[in-house]
Design a protein around this ligand. Structure first.
Ligand SMILES: Nc1ncnc2c1ncn2[C@@H]1O[C@H](COP(=O)(O)OP(=O)(O)OP(=O)(O)O)[C@@H](O)[C@H]1O
Ligand SMILES: CC(=O)C(=O)O
Ligand SMILES: [K+]
Ligand SMILES: [Mg+2]
Length: 624
């Protein structure tokens, strides 16, 4: 089957062509983007030995439908008649976090993602306005309420690092057509040529809402924090590190503090090696560079400075982890009652502790969990204290891979996953898991191997980024994660692959009794070949201690609190239900057994091991 896509673009004055490969563009002094009317025409040619069919279809960008997948009995789905008793249906142990973006922000798409196994929806404050995110939060809440899902919400802060400002926004600010274009969900990568006046040529590569610059070898470029009125001087890249106060004296001081340490001859590395530059000259807030290794610069690209093959760390170390914009976003997150904050570019435990105090002060009844993203060299140095201080950790391999040599990322990932297990914190493996599925409906073999490895390490959760935010196959990407997880988990259970991991005691009294109880219950369930573990947990703590043991059978966790239930979504193997528990333990047990039986999760004759945080005993039950 061959598909060809054609775009015709017309304006009152000019005719635009399409191009089909990655191209360079050199911004000229006075950029003017004409108002455009864009029509997308899609032609699909289906060739078979017997016939040749040609389909022509003209549609607005946002109308391209997603492929409809067969319905999936995924986690978090509950009988629609009983939305109060939310809980999981499937027994997949590895949890799935999905970044929500233009491809998945609609009500139907969110519902399909929830049905496909998304347990946590991540919103990234690097992109989009607060109102846009509020809409996503509202829709997730709505499907939880109306359809009985229990998808949690994670807000990821923008953070404060040197990065490249969104190029498209920079170049087109003020143009209403292209502003709309930023929000449309298009399934194809567009390559547009813009002509203006006599021979001024601009090429844009629009990938959803992104543009990129291709650096040529030997090009001279200036990296600058200055704000420019409407246009950028030729060969200038604007660097942003404090999205809220960019261009202010404070920002320039920070940049200068950073670049003071940069010497002529140092190297600027874009996104861990997408392109490289040598610093030729420093003039005020500008760093003049010569491109030594040509490549692509994408908006939001991470910039690092290197000297004699080593990272110059002082640059980013000068910047506070949370910018003023981040604090406003955090206020917004608290007001919206998100379940998790994921803190970008954490450097030490201090910021985590500050944020915790802030959350506690701002909302006494709020217990938003704080996830530390490990993506800087500093965070690796202070890893243990950061893990201890936080409620969970994300191995943010995207930015991490720009700060340490790429070949170190796999071993660092394994180390973080193991440490989190030992210190009893859930851990998410993130970034580029199925990167090729942004464009293609199947993953590469290497991606399958990478995801399998994360599942084999028994990370608590896997995360989709661009694949679900702006990819063409978000649902397929999710179902690929599900299939790989289920297969690897089964392989793990069936084989003799796992040796019992020896953990140091967490020994954080008053939890040590609970800890011993959980270790014993998990061991007993494994030895008896039990079909399920049942746990009644008020705060989620006892359930997470069971999860830490990674028992062979599924863990059904019952809690009276909806927010505790949502937070349990991040823990390996926990299948949470929200249930009003009475004082009568026997009747609680009976009702949860009936509930699980009714959903086919357990059956008569099964052996169930039961523990509860109000009753410090282990019971073994034969399901009637
Ligand atoms: N809310 C959004 N609106 C538009 N595009 C988005 C949104 N969220 C994510 N994206 C797109 O998906 C891509 C991958 O998402 P992701 O959350 O991993 O962001 P990122 O830019 O790589 O930053 P981070 O390091 O914080 O993960 C982004 O680069 C962006 O193109
Ligand atoms: C997820 C993220 O922030 C990263 O990989 O950089
Ligand atoms: K972020
Ligand atoms: Mg990052």
């Amino acid at each position: 089957m061959a598909h060809s896509l054609q775009f015709s673009i017309s304006t009152p004055s000019t005719h635009f062509q399409t191009i089909s490969k990655r191209i360079a563009f050199a911004p000229k002094g006075d950029i003017h983007i004409p108002k455009l009317r864009v029509k997308l025409s899609v032609r699909s040619e289906v060739a078979s030995p017997a016939s040749s069919v040609s389909v022509s279809n003209t549609a607005a960008f946002h109308t391209t439908p997603f492929p409809v997948l067969p319905s999936f009995e995924g986690p978090n789905r509950e009988a629609e008649a009983e939305p109060k008793v939310n809980g999981l249906r499937g027994t997949q142990r590895t949890k799935l976090v999905c970044t929500i973006g233009p491809a998945t922000c609609g009500l139907d798409e969110l519902e399909a993602m929830a049905a496909g196994g998304m347990s946590v929806a991540r919103i990234n404050m690097c992109h989009g306005e607060r109102e846009w995110h509020r809409g996503v939060i509202e829709r997730v809440r709505r499907i939880n309420q109306e359809k009985g899902f229990s998808v949690a919400i994670m807000m990821d802060t923008q953070g404060n690092e040197y990065e490249v400002k969104s190029l498209l926004v920079e170049f087109i600010s003020g143009d209403p057509f292209l502003k709309n274009f930023l929000n449309v969900k298009c399934k194809v990568i567009l390559h547009l040529k813009f002509y203006r006046g006599a021979g001024v040529l601009l090429f844009y590569k629009i990938k959803y809402h992104d543009t990129s610059i291709f650096f040529q070898d030997a090009d001279m470029w200036t990296f600058s924090v200055r704000s420019f009125n409407s246009t950028l001087p030729k060969h200038t890249v604007r660097v942003n590190y404090d999205g809220f106060a960019e261009g202010t004296v404070l920002s320039i001081r920070h940049w200068l503090n950073g670049v003071t340490d940069v010497k002529v001859g140092d190297e600027i590395v874009v996104d861990g090696g997408m392109a490289r530059f040598e610093v030729i000259e420093k003039i005020g807030p500008d760093v003049k560079c010569h491109c030594t290794d040509p490549g692509l610069l994408l908006p939001g690209a991470n910039l690092t400075f290197w000297r004699d093959g080593r990272l110059v760390q002082e640059c980013n170390a000068m910047l506070p982890t949370l910018s003023s914009k981040d604090w406003l976003d955090i206020d917004f997150g608290i007001a919206e009652g998100v379940d998790f904050f994921a803190v970008s570019f954490v450097k030490s435990a201090e910021v985590i502790n500050n944020l915790r105090s802030y959350i506690a002060a701002r909302s006494c009844d709020s217990n938003i969990a704080v996830i530390a993203k490990i993506e800087t060299v500093e965070s690796l140095k202070n890893l243990e204290e950061i893990v201890q201080a936080s409620d969970g950790v994300m191995v943010a391999r995207g930015d991490l891979g720009a700060q340490i040599p790429l070949e170190q990322v796999p071993s660092v990932q394994e180390k973080i996953v193991m440490l989190c297990r030992q210190l009893h914190k859930p851990v998410i493996v993130a970034s580029q898991l199925l990167e090729s599925m942004i464009q293609y409906p199947i993953p590469t073999r290497a991606e399958v191997a990478d995801v399998s490895e994360a599942v084999r390490q028994q990370a608590d959760a896997l995360m989709l980024s661009g694949e679900s935010a702006m990819g063409q196959y978000p649902h397929k990407a999710l179902s690929v994660l599900t299939s790989i997880s289920l297969r690897m988990e089964q392989w793990w259970r069936e084989g003799t692959h796992h040796q019992c991991m020896k953990f140091p005691d967490i020994n954080s009294s008053p939890y040590s009794i609970t800890e011993e109880l959980c270790n014993a219950a998990a061991k007993m369930a494994n030895k008896l070949g039990a079909d399920a573990l049942l746990v009644y947990t008020t705060t989620g703590h006892m359930a997470s201690l069971l999860s830490r043991c990674r028992p062979t059978c599924p863990i059904f966790a019952f809690t009276p609190s909806m927010s505790v239930m949502r937070r349990m979504n991040l823990h390996w193997g926990l299948i949470p239900f929200c249930l009003n528990v009475s004082d009568d333990v026997a009747s609680n047990l009976n009702s949860s057994i009936s509930l699980l039986k009714a959903r086919g999760l357990i059956k008569s004759g099964d052996t169930v091991v039961f523990i509860s945080d109000t009753l410090q005993t282990i019971q073994v039950i034969n399901v009637p």
